[in-house]
Design a protein around this ligand. Structure first.
Ligand code: ADP
Length: 407
């Protein structure tokens, strides 16, 4: 048995064009190995593997997910870690779409794999990649329990009025059309951490969580239960994102098809991969966007303003839905690192009890912290998200290796 890895969970995130894995201890949160396999399907793929102080990096064509996972397994073995003898208690799979079927961490057996596969029409880019990750990992580690943790699960509790699109009910039912929400593992983890940070009972708090990464979503949480979120049937709805448009008049899609002659594939590409900040300013990385804004680039300024406008709109909506809020928390790449976005999205809300303190907001700390002023009735926090740790804990809990504070 390997002392450094005993009791760990192998967390696997087999995404649309990349695969991430991490060997993480659910209690300490310490990670003994992490890996990233990216640019799958492109001529120049890349594998990076960090383990016990060492780094292994390879540039090689990775034709598909199966090949990528096999290469990752080879690197792990070649650098001296035998996963079968590492004392791993579970493999936790990050799974994107659980539809109406999965809303709790679930032990994966053949029937579960089949059901996830059947949900592929709801997440065509993600669920097939998730399934391959499960198949390869189950074949490699057949004696360890595999647990699925679903991005949609936390939003299973959305009340009907928040989950329902106002379209023909029969059409919606036949096609599984409803608002599912995504980034759920992050929203759940961050809202629980926010309560812990404040020393308050999660059940007593009305919270807004703003997960602002390349993908971005907002949620309204009452007593630990999500009552609304900005993403919908797919992650395209809601906030302005790195490359996604977020909310848009569905008439735009019809117009682009009927009048502009774009195919469905072209519209998909436009709205998912070439819109949002990238569509408006030509760059999707927020750091680059801010540099351009600083240089007086007009498109970048417009992109920033549209981004902030949308964010404020959701904060306003959720304040009313919750009937007042105790905590607003920023998380993910932009939310954790960008003081401008935090300041501007909550500026001028003193009469609603929301006051961000400039000095606290400017701190470059990387741990959970409060950025509201002492006079602010609403606590404004920055809480780093850790989806891998949340998945490791959920998987370990299900197989009996970890107990949450709420138990
Ligand atoms: P995802 O997981 O959706 O790919 P992340 O949560 O990693 O996204 O966030 C990526 C975004 O965070 C990028 O737009 C990046 O520019 C932004 N970001 C990361 N670090 C900083 C920083 N120090 N300042 C501003 N933005 C940052």
């Amino acid at each position: 048995m390997n002392e450094a890895t005993a009791g760990s969970v192998l967390v696997l995130n087999s995404g649309s064009s990349s695969i991430k894995f991490q060997l993480i201890h659910p209690e300490s949160g310490e990670s003994s190995a992490t890996g990233l396999i990216e640019r799958i399907g492109e001529p120049h793929g890349r594998i990076v593997y960090h383990h016990g102080g060492g780094v292994e990096e390879r540039y090689v064509a990775i034709p598909d997910h199966r090949a990528g996972l096999t290469m990752a397994a080879n690197i792990i073995a070649e650098t001296g870690l035998d996963l079968r003898k590492a004392g791993i208690i579970a493999v936790g799979h990050r799974l994107v779409h659980g539809g109406d079927v999965f809303y709790k961490p679930t032990i994966i057996d053949d029937a579960v794999v089949q059901s996830i596969s059947n949900l592929s029409s709801l997440a065509p880019l993600h669920n097939p990649a998730n399934v391959i990750g499960i198949e390869v990992a189950r074949a490699a580690l057949p004696d360890i329990p595999h647990v699925g943790v679903f991005d949609t699960a936390f939003f299973h509790t959305l009340p009907a009025e928040a989950a329902t699109y106002a379209i023909d009910r029969k059409v919606a039912k036949e096609n599984g059309i409803r608002r599912y929400g995504f980034h759920g593992t992050s929203h759940q983890y961050v809202s629980a951490r926010a309560a812990e940070f404040l020393g308050k009972d999660l059940n007593d708090l009305n919270q807004i969580v703003l997960h602002l990464g390349n993908g971005a979503s907002a949620s309204a949480i009452r007593g630990g239960r999500a009552i609304d979120t900005s993403m919908g049937l797919t992650p395209l709805e809601g906030l302005v994102m790195g490359t996604r448009c977020g909310d848009i008049d569905p008439g735009v899609v019809l117009h682009l098809h009927q009048s502009a002659g774009l195919s469905i594939e072209q519209i998909d590409d436009l709205l998912n991969r070439n819109s949002g900040v990238k569509g408006l300013a030509g760059v999707n990385d927020f750091r680059t966007l801010l540099t351009l804004v600083g240089e007086g680039d007009e498109s970048a300024k417009l992109a920033y303003d549209v981004y902030i406008h949308r964010l404020r709109k959701y904060v306003g909506a959720y304040l009313v839905e919750l009937g007042g809020v105790d905590v607003i928390t920023f998380t993910a790449g932009v939310g954790e690192n960008n003081p401008d976005v935090r300041r501007d999205s909550l500026a001028g809300l003193g009469r609603l009890g929301i006051v961000v303190d400039d000095e606290r907001n400017s701190s470059t700390s990387t741990v959970a912290r409060r950025i509201s002023s002492d006079s602010s009735a609403v606590q404004v926090l920055v809480v780093p998200t850790d989806e891998e740790l949340a998945i490791a804990r959920a998987a370990a809990e299900l197989v009996g290796g970890y107990a949450t504070a709420q138990d």
